[in-house]
Design a protein around this ligand. Structure first.
Ligand SMILES: Cc1cc2nc3c(=O)[nH]c(=O)nc-3n(C[C@H](O)[C@H](O)[C@H](O)COP(=O)(O)OP(=O)(O)OC[C@H]3O[C@@H](n4cnc5c(N)ncnc54)[C@H](O)[C@@H]3O)c2cc1C
Length: 243
């Protein structure tokens, strides 16, 4: 049996000037089973060489009763896979995918530690999936620290704000490195980068904290080094590297 499955893009939605959600369905089943934090690997028709065609995308939606997963993807200038997805693929496009994979997941048991999620850009995808699944049933505190360049890049901002209003154990902090919200917008964001937030809020190491970091190496490597330098142990810092 092939490990590659036939899948179909059922719909897309622009999330920001450079980010688009793609819903991918696996027609061979009624329900797609996965753990929040896992990703799908797609085989895109962009090269003769099989291995050059594979691109992984974290699942941004929580497990539900459907056979679909939402992937939240940024178009990279010069990127071959994202050029195909943004310019050629759309509703009805067939793609091949592997079963959901990856170990960037939360323990299945109720958490016995607080969780700090640090991300930039589409690195927020696995955290959205985790938060929707876990907030309704967890007592421990979740803090999402999300960094972008400009206000329009703050993916799912209104959703996270609603989660913050609904769950007292959820805090949502945003940082913007290039441009702050204008006077007519109603939300606040800090100027700068994600690092200043966890360095300020978690300056004193605690053994009942875990940091989950997700995104590209520039941010993830810096955050990991910073947290270890602050006195956190290796096993308290869990990573998902996009590249
Ligand atoms: C486990 C996993 C999960 C992932 N999940 C997502 C996801 O949910 N959403 C998403 O958008 N991407 C995600 N990625 C990244 C994705 O797999 C591709 O690498 C990305 O879409 C670029 O593919 P491309 O073919 O367009 O670019 P390529 O033609 O492969 O070239 C891109 C080049 O630019 C580098 N690069 C890629 N992104 C950046 C960046 N932001 N800044 C600077 N340099 C960069 C790469 O290392 C590479 O050298 C994930 C990667 C992994 C490993």
């Amino acid at each position: 049996m092939s490990k590659w499955k036939e899948a179909v893009i059922t719909r897309t939605q622009d999330r920001s000037p450079t980010v688009r959600s793609f819903w991918v369905a696996l027609p061979d089943r009624e329900r797609l089973d996965f753990r929040p934090g896992q990703f799908l690997t797609l085989d895109l028709p962009i090269s003769e060489n099989r291995r050059e065609r594979w691109r992984s995308y974290s699942i941004a939606s929580p497990p539900n009763e459907t056979n679909e997963a939402e992937l939240c993807i940024v178009q990279l200038p010069g990127g071959r896979g994202t050029k195909y997805l943004f310019e050629e693929a759309g509703a009805g496009t067939q793609v091949l995918t592997k079963e959901p994979g990856g170990v960037f997941t939360l323990p299945e048991r109720p958490l016995d530690h607080d969780l700090v999620m640090v991300c930039t850009g589409t690195g927020v995808a696995p955290f959205r999936s985790m938060l929707y699944q876990r907030l309704p049933r967890e007592k421990r505190h979740f803090h999402l620290i999300f960094g972008c360049r400009r206000p329009e890049d703050l993916l799912y901002r209104e959703e996270f704000e609603r989660l913050g209003e609904r769950y007292p154990n959820f805090t949502y902090t945003t940082t913007l490195s290039r441009e702050l919200p204008g006077e007519t917008t109603s939300f606040e964001a800090l100027a700068g980068y994600v690092h200043q937030v966890y360095q300020r809020d978690y300056a004193t190491p605690r053994s009942d904290l875990r940091f989950y970091l997700c995104g590209w190496s520039a941010m993830v490597d810096e955050a990991r080094a910073s947290l270890l330098g602050m006195g956190y142990a290796e096993q308290q810092v869990i990573l998902e590297l996009y590249g």
